[in-house]
Design a binder for this molecule. Structure first.
Ligand code: F6R
Ligand code: ZN
Length: 190
């Protein structure tokens, strides 16, 4: 052991709301077909069904006029070179929006419209992101040690359409590149 100065990173504790009505855990096994490298996905799954992300929901009646809110936590990790991310979805009531406030970590919100317009916005603590009506959205954690933690709120009657993204994929993928996160076209997107 030397007497040289040193430093290390101490990951911050999770931000969990003091009130939680529903806690969702999404594991690797529930994300089949969503990560690009299917072979590495299968290999990882054979070793461990890792926890990819969690959602802490505050329940309200799912009717027009109400808002649903909560906290989303995407854990750091990769499937091959692709960063851990949420499934991503359109809202079933397409003309509904959502607001995200980033509390911790680094990442991106990947968004696209049914017409194929894409927008990828960086997320870092303090950033407020408005997802307009009609845009599908997926959070991607690019921190190596920290969770990507966001607060979200959206109309309670929005509903979730996961099927469209499951079938077509997002038009872009985010990989761990030589010089940081790299956004590339998804060759499988149709
Ligand atoms: C709700 C919303 C977020 C996500 C959460 C998990 O409309 O966008 O609360 O539900 O970030 O992502 P998904 O729902 O894509 O698994
Ligand atoms: Zn949403």
């Amino acid at each position: 052991m030397t007497d040289l100065p040193f430093s290390f990173t101490l990951p911050m504790p999770q931000v969990i709301p003091s009130r939680v009505d529903n806690h969702i855990e999404r594991r690797l096994s529930e994300m089949r077909g969503q990560f690009f490298d299917l072979e590495i996905y299968d290999k990882m799954l054979a070793t461990e069904d890792q926890l990819i992300y969690e959602v802490y929901e505050i329940k309200r009646p799912e009717v027009e006029g109400e808002l649903l809110m909560g906290v989303s936590v995407v854990h750091p990790g990769q499937v091959g070179k692709e960063f851990f991310m949420t499934k991503g979805h359109f809202h079933s009531v397409l003309a509904t929006s959502e607001i995200y406030y980033c509390l911790r970590g680094e990442g991106y919100m990947m968004m696209e419209t049914p017409e194929g317009i894409t927008s990828i916005e960086p997320l870092s603590p303090g950033k407020v992101l408005y997802v307009p009506p009609r845009w599908a959205h997926r959070s991607v954690c690019t921190s190596r040690l920290e969770d990507l933690v966001t607060f979200f709120a959206y109309p309670a009657n929005a509903g979730h359409d996961y099927g469209t993204i499951e079938q077509t994929g997002f038009r872009k993928l985010i990989f761990d590149g030589v010089n940081g996160p790299e956004i590339v076209d998804n060759p499988r997107c149709h």
